[in-house]
Design a protein around this ligand. Structure first.
Ligand SMILES: *Cc1c(COP(=O)(O)O)cnc(C)c1O
Length: 358
């Protein structure tokens, strides 16, 4: 299928335009020279409407498009206390005239009690978003069934209260992993391939940081639908494993869902799985804890190119990419794009990236 035909199918799905698209795509000239590859960056961090944006804005556009079609007036979503997704959904909801409500979990053993509004929380506060905090010890997002139940029960109770007042409420799972948004990053792929061609290259690899599994399904579906030979390499910030809330099989299900949404026969699950390559080696000690490699990668990119990554997601993803170059997993001269999914506000939340003042 040609990209134009795919765009016709996409345009039939609900979408409320909020961000600035297409997002920029540019070559990292200095790092390309140093590492002997052609390295490009796709700037979802610049998706808008604020300067601190990310990959969830496209997802929010589609889910909110669906919400508006359904007469919804309130969006409840959840995330870790430093959630990028929550901040972007809150922004998007407000712009669309909907009321956002956030349920945020904080691992107090790891990160201490909430003492100050910083990072995304500062932005949520600035937008006057109704925010509820729950302590979820020992977990990355909310991994333990008890914690999951507790958060779901709290969101459902708030939904019930609002419905009793005649409001119509939609609950969006962590990271915006709602079926109405699975196809959002089909557009990212179409834009990126076209932008790379304008720059005179065909992409060999797309790298990105993976967590909740919202960017990869759309990009992978677009690759399969358009028959592009590019390979995906996903650097994970929490372990992909069987029986976990996120793993390769769930990504494959979402790809299948996208094909079905378009009314196209999906490839076999095996064929989809063979396109997924998740590297779990760059998580570091834990979710939202900066790793040495991530900090080094954040600094290397900032010093060479003036582009800022974040310590929770994109620093770890970029660390994986740099390691793959250094260890020979990427051949010299390869055409590589890194999807900058955002996370910049977390530079102002997670301390320890630049060390203390002397
Ligand atoms: C949510 C998020 C991710 C992970 O995205 P998925 O595509 O949902 O796995 C990566 N980077 C940033 C900055 C994010 O906010």
């Amino acid at each position: 299928m040609q990209p134009d035909d795919l765009e016709v199918l996409l345009d039939r799905l609900p979408r409320k335009r909020i961000g600035f698209y297409p997002t920029p795509f540019h070559k990292l000239e200095n790092l390309s020279r140093v590492h002997g590859v052609n390295l490009f960056m796709k700037r979802e961090d610049m998706a808008g409407p604020g300067a601190l944006s990310g990959s969830k804005m496209r997802v929010a556009e589609m889910i909110i498009g669906q919400a508006l079609d359904d007469g919804v007036d309130t969006i409840i979503t959840q995330g870790a206390h430093l959630t990028n997704s929550g901040m972007q959904f809150a922004t998007a909801a407000l712009v669309a005239g909907l009321t956002p409500i956030l349920f945020l979990t904080r691992d107090e053993q790891q990160h201490g009690e909430l003492a100050e509004y910083r990072g995304n929380l500062l932005l949520d506060k600035l937008m006057d978003v109704e925010t509820h905090y729950l302590s979820a010890p020992g977990s990355a997002y909310v991994n333990r069934p008890d914690d999951k139940q507790r958060v779901l029960a709290a969101m459902t109770a708030r939904k019930g209260e609002l419905e009793a007042q005649g409001r119509k409420v939609m609950i969006v799972p962590t990271g915006g992993a709602h079926p109405a948004g699975f196809a959002a990053h089909v557009r990212t792929f179409i834009e990126m391939v076209a932008q790379a061609r304008l720059a005179g290259v065909e992409l060999d690899y797309i790298y990105h940081t993976t967590g909740t599994g919202t960017a990869l399904p759309g990009m992978l579906a677009a690759k399969l639908l358009t028959g592009h030979p590019v390979k995906f390499r996903s650097i994970s910030i929490s372990h992909y494993q069987p029986d976990f809330w996120i793993n390769e099989a769930i990504i494959a299900e979402r790809v299948t869902h996208i094909f079905q949404t378009f009314g196209i026969e999906p490839p076999s699950t095996q064929a989809i799985l063979s396109e997924i390559e998740v590297d779990n080696r760059f998580i570091g000690d834990n979710y939202a804890v900066p790793s040495q490699e991530s900090t080094a990668a954040i600094k290397e990119l900032a010093r060479a190119e003036g582009v800022f990554l974040g310590p929770v997601y994109t620093g770890k993803g970029f660390a994986g990419l740099l390691d793959h170059i250094r260890s020979g997993m990427l051949k010299p001269g390869s055409n590589i794009a890194f999807l900058h999914t955002g996370d910049t506000a977390n530079l102002f939340e997670v301390s320890g990236v630049v060390g203390g003042c002397q």
